[in-house]
Design a protein around this ligand. Structure first.
Ligand code: MIC
Ligand code: SF4
Length: 642
């Protein structure tokens, strides 16, 4: 048999359709799913619409960690709905405050060799424990819960070969920032990043998870580490050693690309505003005044990270010009730090303690002051995501964040002249799953509770033969879903209410968009490369659909957003000749005959400029069928009952 790398091994063991040929369509069986509250309400409304009485996965977990501000009834309504759905349909429910979905899932449920599909783009955090963990839109996760396979393009596999060992005050975050510096936010599209080499054994599971987490910023389908003795030890410390499975690539396994990183020579790195790939060394920005430091998020909130933070803060105070805050990844992490006394060191330093949730990472509080420089141990720094459009957000390691919190300026943590810190991985973590509720034993007695914030799913008509309308917006490369459908404290509570949330589509770019779209009766959007990168939020497709967006024509798409557009019946097209992007202006009238959607390329007519532009797509037969049916939900309803 042909030798396989780790990604290919897991895919082969779960393959339902297709073959292991890079870039060809495949479908895989999903063992586990996770949802979070900001995407979960939609996912469960869709699951309910499929009419099943129970999930058909090995394990499904519903987390509440994003929408926890609860200023008003909306978030709280969603939580109650999610809790009732979980109880009824056989889903575990991680209560608000228990922790950030990816950290808790790693601690309590992640299993080497399994597949995990999550309605959150940072689901690949699970790759740190050797599972194939993939982010997707809520509808795809709902389908997986219904026992349907997940459809994707067979990824290419990139070998990231790590050699050597990190120096003191250089950490896992610096590794992934270096990968982003080299490969950019488009560098991982259609690929799985697989980590190998002797450097792997120097990294603990949570450090590996920091790297696989932020692989999402490469646009990668997933990232994965081998499952080795360190993985076994981690599972043992979580009282789950029986779930260990060794997993390494076959000796002669082939990779589509290779990247070498020597950990010995790596230094602290930092991503500048407003993209995670604008990475330079921390030394290059030395002395930049810093107003805010935010520590935590699913990238850097493990016991290892917070213990480093506490050790560096011990006996020191946050600089008077800096406001610093921290969110722990889970209650387990907090318990550990309380037990070893480090929690007090953090509090004594003047760092503000926030809830164990996403919080500032998604603009849910702790927004920076106007024009401020904010250093964050997070994974995304897109314009406005922090809640302050004029702020400059930089992404860095916990070590670099503490250095700035102490000095009031960007500082290489090695310049603090602190003695090296050794964090020993605990042999045993305190296990307390009391905030993870088990599903009901009498599901038929559970009534689903729907508060007034939960509005029915919007429907879409089957596709007409001809699409006509105006170009409502023309945007550049690397537009994120935070641009298309912003989050933050004001907008996030509307996630279960599509008519209301639609009012904010493209708010960061052009707040007149919703009104113009409605007035024009819908229309088209033109984009550059990597359109829709970033989060998995299907609201970035659903809300434009509700405003009448018919097709999006770009130079290229990001994976999850492309799938979400198809799921909601918006046609994703790309230019045959990239230069034709210049031949369409905002306001132009377009005409598209879609009778032969399955035959490409076809012609897009720019009526205003009286020219024909060839466009194409990479839709599978199944995708075309879904679009013609008016979206995946109506299509799926037929499928699950077959
Ligand atoms: C994010 O980091 O952008 C989010 C919020 O976690 C999203 C999901 C969402 O928009 O609800 C993601 O990464 O998928
Ligand atoms: Fe939450 Fe931020 Fe992680 Fe998204 S990236 S899951 S908002 S902590």
């Amino acid at each position: 048999m042909k030798p396989k790398n780790i990604a290919q091994k897991i895919i082969a063991a779960h393959l339902i359709e297709g073959e292991l040929k890079a870039s060809s369509p495949i479908a895989i069986r999903i063992d586990q799913t996770l949802t979070q509250d900001a995407t979960g309400t939609m996912a469960y409304l869709q699951f309910e619409a499929m009419g099943l009485d129970r999930v058909r996965t090995e394990l499904s977990v519903s987390y509440v960690d994003h929408n926890t501000l609860q200023s008003g009834f909306m978030n709280a309504d969603d939580h109650v709905y999610l809790q009732s759905v979980a109880a009824k349909y056989g889903i575990l429910f991680s209560r608000p405050g228990n922790g950030i979905c990816h950290q808790v899932h790693l601690e309590r449920f992640g299993q080497p060799g399994k597949t995990l599909l999550g309605s959150d783009s940072h689901t690949p955090t699970g790759g740190g424990i050797g599972m194939l963990a993939i982010g997707a839109g809520g509808l795809d996760v709902a389908l997986a819960m219904a026992g349907r396979p997940f459809h994707l393009t067979m990824p290419k596999v990139v070998q990231i070969h790590l050699t050597g060992k990190l120096s003191p005050f250089v950490s896992a975050k610096d590794i992934i920032l270096e990968v982003l510096r080299r490969l950019t936010v488009k560098g991982g599209v259609g690929k799985v990043m697989e980590y190998t080499g002797d450097g792997v054994s120097t990294l603990s599971v949570p450090e590996r998870a920091t790297i696989t987490n932020m692989g999402a910023e490469l646009g990668a389908t997933s990232s994965i580490f081998p499952s080795d003795d360190i993985t076994r030890q981690f599972l043992k410390s979580q009282e789950r050693e029986d779930q260990f499975l060794p997993l390494i690539a076959d000796p002669e396994a082939e990779y589509d690309e290779i990247l070498e990183i020597n950990l010995n020579s790596l230094e602290p790195m930092i991503a500048k505003p407003h993209m995670p790939d604008l990475v330079v060394s921390v030394r290059e920005l030395k002395g930049t005044p810093v107003k805010q430091v935010a520590m935590g998020s699913c990238t850097n909130s493990s016991f290892r990270d917070l213990s480093i933070i506490a050790s560096m803060l011990k006996g020191r105070k946050v600089h008077p010009t800096v406001s610093a805050a921290l969110t722990a990844g889970s209650r387990q992490v907090v318990s550990m730090l309380m037990a070893n006394g480090q929690w007090s060191d953090i509090i004594a330093s003047g760092v503000r303690i926030l809830e164990n949730v996403c919080g500032p990472c998604i603009g849910m509080g702790f927004s920076p002051p106007s024009e401020a420089v904010s250093l964050r141990t997070f994974n995304r720094n897109f314009t406005g995501r922090s809640g302050t459009k004029s702020a400059s957000v930089y992404l860095c390691s916990p070590e670099t964040a503490v250095a700035a919190a102490l000095t009031g300026e960007i500082t290489d943590p090695r310049d603090l002249d602190l003695p090296p810190i050794q964090i020993s991985v605990p042999d045993q973590f305190p296990i307390d799953d009391s905030m993870i509720l088990q599903p009901s034993e009498k599901p038929e007695s559970i009534k689903i509770i729907r508060g007034p914030n939960i509005k029915p799913l919007p429907q879409k008509e089957p596709l007409p033969e001809k699409l006509t309308g105006e170009v409502l917006l023309k945007v550049e490369d690397d537009i994120t879903t935070d641009h298309i459908m912003p989050a933050g404290a004001k907008i996030l509570p509307l996630r279960s209410n599509i008519p209301a949330i639609s009012e904010y589509v493209f708010e960061v770019i052009d707040p007149t968009f919703p009104q113009r779209a409605r007035k024009a009766g819908g229309g088209f959007v033109i984009g550059g490369h990597n359109y829709g990168q970033g989060s998995s939020r299907e609201h970035a497709a659903l809300a434009p659909m509700a405003l009448g967006v018919k097709a999006v024509i770009t130079k290229s798409f990001a994976r999850i957003h492309l799938a979400n557009l198809i799921n909601f019946g918006i046609i994703p097209l790309t230019f045959v000749n990239e230069a034709d992007y210049e031949k369409i202006d905002q306001g132009d009238q377009l005409e598209l005959d879609v009778t032969g959607l399955d035959k490409t390329p076809f012609s897009l007519k720019n009526v205003t400029q009286n020219i024909e532009i060839p466009v194409t797509h990479a839709l599978t037969e199944r995708d075309v069928a879904m679009i013609c049916a008016g979206g995946a939900l109506s299509y799926a309803k037929e499928q699950v009952h077959q």
